[in-house]
Design a protein around this ligand. Structure first.
Ligand code: F0G
Length: 464
């Protein structure tokens, strides 16, 4: 018999978590104005709000915390990180930043411009993450989504739903002049389409097309290791390659990357930009110094850079990834077995529950995925996050609601943090909600909302 996977680590330190009663949960979600972001973490039993910065570090990473060199310039921790990025990703130049969106801010300041310099410019990609899109639109440029259509059908099994549709991309390259396309951003894995990977063949083809039109190609590589795992296990010709070989090949096609280290760096805070081109690196240095900090720390403590240098190595080991992605799939299978429709195939960092199929009677004006998120918290003290109409926000010009193609409840799994017993509990809680779903006919209405990024602070009340 083939032996199943099991975690390639054991637990040395534990953090107690409180399991609130039903009475407490009801009172707390009401006091939180039915916004899951407003809950205190002590009010949550299992927290699946995000996999970003919420992972557990290894003993080797904690050792680096003690070894951290906090010198302003030229710290040894900086050089440890520089070596890891060069060895694992293959980029000779890099800048640390305090997290992923800061890397976007610095890079886009150099490539798109500052102020309204982006007017008339476009940045194609595969369902850009919100902060990426935010930094593009903040500069008055436009993000154009070129993801394959298959990504928007949750029940369709396609191994690489993060892929770019080459015809859509080429249409953008043909429509706009070269100067109007500062870069193309490929997000690996694609968070917005469900933690879905991009195949090596697609990476190669996107790189070739971009080269043909002289457009720089950057990867938003927050979950690059999970992407490499899917290439190894799903794409012909890669099963015998190591994750580190696949990672090197993936990045060989990119001109550079932005990275949120809070995901596949397995640290609690940090990010970076890596480059091949020294000239662009030099332009970014100025913005890094202005926005982040000197070029050898960029908003990160030396100890965090040290821990990240180890995290990059650990995240690119097959045994770790098999357990990581395996745990996400374990939860996905449990939900599927209960008849719950989730984005297929299961993503690398999260399970995305199709809320429209779960609560078909709730009107779309009453925030279907948010309603499901509230019901899951009520049921079991589990906190997910809405990826639906609240997040999509209003059209900036017409102020009308922008109803997205999918209403999803994302259950993001922190790295090395919860056990499969927690997954069993989450699945049982959601199955209980499913049993009473027929009785859930109303959602929520907005009491107060901010002019942009409203989902973080919105206040809701039950629909009358
Ligand atoms: N790119 C992707 C694909 C992301 O998922 C995120 C963050 C960022 C960039 C920004 O990085 O948070 O370090 O500034 N995603 C988190 C999430 C917040 O919950 O999915 P950051």
């Amino acid at each position: 018999m083939d032996l199943p996977w099991a975690e390639p680590y054991r637990i040395k330190t534990i953090e107690p978590i409180y399991r609130p009663s039903r009475v407490e949960r009801e009172a707390w979600i009401k006091a939180a104005q039915y916004n899951l972001f407003n809950l205190r973490s002590e009010q949550v039993y299992i927290d699946l709000l995000t996999d970003s910065g919420t992972g557990a570090m290894s003993s080797a990473q904690w050792s680096e915390i003690m070894l951290g060199d906090e010198s302003y310039a030229g710290a040894s921790s900086y050089y440890k990180l520089k070596d890891a990025i060069e060895r694992i990703l293959g980029f000779p130049f890099f800048l640390p930043t305090h997290q992923g969106r800061a890397a976007e801010n610095v890079l886009f300041s150099a490539m798109i411009g500052v102020g309204d310099a982006g007017q008339g410019k476009v940045v194609p990609g595969n369902s850009h993450f919100d902060t990426t899109k935010g930094h593009i639109e903040f500069r008055h440029a436009k993000a154009i989504d070129c993801t394959i259509d298959e990504a928007f059908d949750t029940e369709l099994d396609h191994p690489f739903k993060g892929n770019i549709d080459l015809a859509k991309l080429e249409a953008v390259y043909k429509k706009y002049p070269r100067q109007a396309i500062p870069l193309c951003v490929l997000t690996i894995t694609c968070n917005s389409s469900g933690g879905q990977p991009v195949s090596m063949a697609n990476i190669k083809a996107v790189a070739a097309l971009s080269r043909q039109y002289h457009i720089p190609l950057f990867f938003d590589s927050a979950r690059f290791a999970e992407n490499a795992y899917f290439i190894k296990t799903r794409e012909t010709g890669y099963s015998d390659k190591t994750i580190k070989q696949i990672v090197r090949e993936m990045f060989s096609y990119a001109d550079g990357v932005t990275m949120s280290s809070k995901k596949d760096g397995i640290v609690n805070i940090g990010g970076f930009i890596a480059f091949r081109d020294q000239e662009l690196f030099r332009q970014c240095c100025t913005f890094n110094i202005m926005f982040e900090g000197f070029i050898t720390y960029g908003g990160m403590a030396g100890r965090d850079m040290g821990a990240l240098s180890v995290g990059l190595d650990e995240a690119t080991e097959f045994d770790y990834l098999e357990a990581r992605v395996g745990q996400v799939a374990y939860l996905g299978r449990k939900l599927t077995d209960s008849g719950i429709v989730v984005q297929r195939p299961y993503g690398g960092h999260a399970i995305f529950v199709d809320a429209r199929k779960f609560l078909p009677q709730v009107p779309k004006e009453q925030f279907i995925a948010q309603t499901l998120g509230i019901e899951l918290y009520r049921e079991g003290g589990v906190r997910g996050v809405e990826i639906g109409t609240l997040l999509a926000d209003r059209d900036p010009e017409t102020h009308q609601e922008r109803y997205p193609a999918l209403e999803l409840l994302r259950l993001a799994i922190p790295r090395r943090t919860y056990t499969n017993s927690h997954m069993d509990y989450i699945a049982a809680a959601l199955a209980n909600v499913k049993e009473r779903a027929g009785g859930i006919r109303k959602g929520f209405v907005i009491k107060w909302e901010a002019p942009i990024m409203r989902h973080f602070t919105v206040e809701l009340s039950p629909a009358p």
